[in-house]
Design a protein around this ligand. Structure first.
Ligand SMILES: [Zn+2]
Length: 143
């Protein structure tokens, strides 16, 4: 894949110290973030337009990758793994995996999310859910 000189994620992958590089794969890359134990940046190797545009191969690998990384964090003493999607500011689909140690407070305060849930867009919410159901039926997914 061509590297874009001004791409922060390509540059991060190329300049990551070997001890911070977790995966330099064909479809996904994973870099441990600096000095923060249990914090990983997971990103597509392709430049894409966000999670809806990732390659089929990247999509197929996503679940097993996240599960394996989370199990690895668990084996390293983290009791929960949060997946934070960061899709708006780079040309790679990317996520942060953040392990939570037993004594740590939960990473998220649900207040901003709950405020969103308080809006009254029921008709639109049901229409979006219907389109998603139709899309899943047409995809052949049965999970
Ligand atoms: Zn890049």
């Amino acid at each position: 894949m061509p590297r874009h000189a001004d791409c922060k994620i390509c540059t991060m992958l190329e300049t990551a110290p070997p001890e911070n590089l977790v995966l330099d794969g064909e479809h996904w890359g994973v870099v441990a973030m600096r000095e923060a134990a249990g914090v990983l940046m997971v990103f597509t190797r392709d430049h894409d337009q966000g999670v809806g545009s990732i390659s089929d191969a990247a999509a197929a690998g996503f679940g097993p990758l996240i599960k394996t990384l989370s199990a690895g964090l668990s084996a390293s003493g983290f009791e929960k793994t949060s997946v934070i999607s960061l899709g708006d500011n780079a040309v790679h689909t990317h996520f942060m995996l953040v392990g939570r140690k037993p004594a740590d407070a939960p990473i998220f305060d649900n207040t901003p999310l709950m405020a969103r849930l308080a809006c009254k867009e029921g008709e639109r919410a049901r229409a979006v859910a219907g389109r998603l159901r139709d899309g899943l039926k047409n995809s052949g997914l049965t999970a």
